[in-house]
Design a binder for this molecule. Structure first.
Ligand SMILES: Cc1cc2nc3c(=O)[nH]c(=O)nc-3n(C[C@H](O)[C@H](O)[C@H](O)COP(=O)(O)OP(=O)(O)OC[C@H]3O[C@@H](n4cnc5c(N)ncnc54)[C@H](O)[C@@H]3O)c2cc1C
Length: 301
C-alpha cells in the first residue's frame, strides 16, 4: 500500500524508479536480492523530494554508490534504495576539483590528470563513487581520501544541507563521521597539486597494472574482504592458514589474493557470510587475531 502511494508520487514528480529491482545488478559482487523500490535521482532537488517522501511514508532508505563495498542480503532490501549515479558532475577550477557524490572515482581521476593535477593517482582503479570513497575514506598505495578532501556537503533526512570541514569528517582508517548516520553526501571538493600530466598518467597506469597483477579483477568481488588488523596483513594471515581457495557454495577465497572473497559465478550472500565466518574463526583460533570485515552487509536479515 505504502509502495503504491510512493510510486504514484514518484510518477507525479517524474522521478525514475524500479520496483523489486535485483541488487545483484548494482553490486560489484553481483550478489543481492530485490530492493523494494530502487530510485535513480538525477538532481539534488529530486534527492530532496525522495527524502521527504520516504519520511512521509516512514520508509527505510539506503544510499548506493557503485555498490563496490557492499554485500547485499539474498532476501533483498526493505524500503528504498537511492542511486546517486546521476549526481556525477566534475568541475575543475585551478587546483580544486568539485564533484557530485555520484561521480565515479575513475572519472574524477581522469579529469584531474587532464588538468595536470596530482594527488588522486592512488584512487585510480578503486571502482566506487567519490561519495562512497569519502564515506569509507577509501585508500590505496599510501594515499587516502583524507589527504585530498577539503570540504563536502551532505543532506540530513529533513533535507537540510550542511557543509563539512575535514576535521568534522573525522576520517580514519576506513571510517568517517558519515558512517552509520542518515547523512547523504551530495558533493565533495578536493584540493590537488599542479603537476605534470604525463607523470600523473604514468603513476595511474602503474597503480592500475599493480592491481591487475595482484587482484582477482576477473571475478566479481567487493575488494578486500577484511580490514587490515593492526600489525598484520589480512591476506597473509589467511594464506598462512591454508585458506586460499577455501570455498562455501559459489564463494571462494581467491587463489590470486587471499584478502579477496570472490563470487565464482553463483555465490549467494549466505555463501559469502559463511565463508567469512569460517575464515574469521580459523584465524582467531590459530593466531588470536580478530578479522573485521571491511565489506558492509546490508539488507534483510
Ligand atoms: C576490485 C575492487 C578493488 C577495490 N579496491 C579498493 C581499494 O584499493 N581501497 C579501498 O579503500 N577500497 C577498495 N574497494 C572497495 C570500494 O571500491 C570502496 O570502499 C569504495 O569507496 C566504495 O564506493 P561505492 O561508491 O561503491 O560505495 P558503495 O559500496 O555503494 O557504498 C558503501 C557505503 O557508503 C555509503 N554511501 C555511498 N555513497 C554515499 C553517499 N553519497 N552518502 C552517504 N553514504 C554513502 C553506502 O550507503 C554504504 O554504506 C575495492 C572494491 C573492489 C570491488
Amino acid at each position: 500500500m505504502q509502495f503504491n502511494n510512493l510510486s504514484d508520487r514518484l510518477n507525479e514528480y517524474k522521478i525514475e524508479y524500479i520496483c523489486d529491482e535485483p541488487m545483484s545488478r548494482h553490486t560489484t559482487f553481483k550478489i543481492g536480492g530485490n530492493a523494494d523500490i530502487f530510485v535513480k535521482v538525477k538532481t539534488e532537488d529530486e534527492l530532496k523530494t525522495v527524502l521527504s517522501l520516504t519520511k512521509e511514508f516512514n520508509l527505510p532508505l539506503l544510499l548506493l554508490g557503485k555498490g563496490s563495498n557492499l554485500l547485499v542480503s539474498d532476501k533483498g532490501i526493505a524500503g528504498v534504495v537511492i542511486s546517486l549515479d546521476g549526481l556525477d558532475s566534475v568541475t575543475v577550477d585551478g587546483d580544486t576539483v568539485t564533484c557530485g557524490a555520484g561521480a565515479s572515482l575513475r572519472a574524477v581521476c581522469l579529469a584531474a590528470q587532464k588538468s595536470s593535477l596530482s594527488g588522486l593517482e592512488f584512487a585510480y582503479g578503486i571502482p566506487g563513487t567519490v561519495g562512497g570513497a569519502l564515506y569509507m575514506n577509501a585508500g590505496a598505495y599510501g594515499g587516502e581520501m583524507s589527504q585530498v578532501v577539503v570540504s563536502a556537503t551532505a543532506l540530513d533526512r529533513d533535507g537540510n544541507i550542511k557543509l563539512f570541514t575535514p576535521e568534522q569528517m573525522k576520517l580514519g582508517y576506513r571510517v568517517s563521521a558519515f558512517k552509520n548516520t542518515d547523512l547523504i553526501i551530495t558533493s565533495v571538493t578536493l584540493k590537488l597539486k599542479h603537476g605534470n600530466a604525463d607523470e600523473i598518467k604514468a603513476a595511474m597506469d602503474d597503480f592500475f597494472s599493480r592491481r591487475r597483477d595482484k587482484q582477482p579483477l576477473e571475478f566479481p568481488s567487493a575488494g578486500s574482504t577484511f580490514k587490515r588488523p593492526e600489525g598484520y596483513f589480512a591476506g597473509a594471515l589467511i594464506e598462512k592458514n591454508n585458506l586460499k581457495g577455501a570455498s562455501v557454495g559459489g564463494a571462494q577465497v581467491s587463489q590470486k589474493h587471499a584478502g579477496f572473497v570472490i563470487n565464482t559465478g553463483n555465490a549467494t550472500c549466505e555463501d559469502v557470510l559463511s565463508l567469512i565466518k569460517k575464515v574469521k574463526d580459523t584465524v582467531k583460533q590459530a593466531d588470536g587475531v580478530d578479522l573485521e570485515p571491511e565489506v558492509i552487509f546490508v539488507g534483510r536479515k
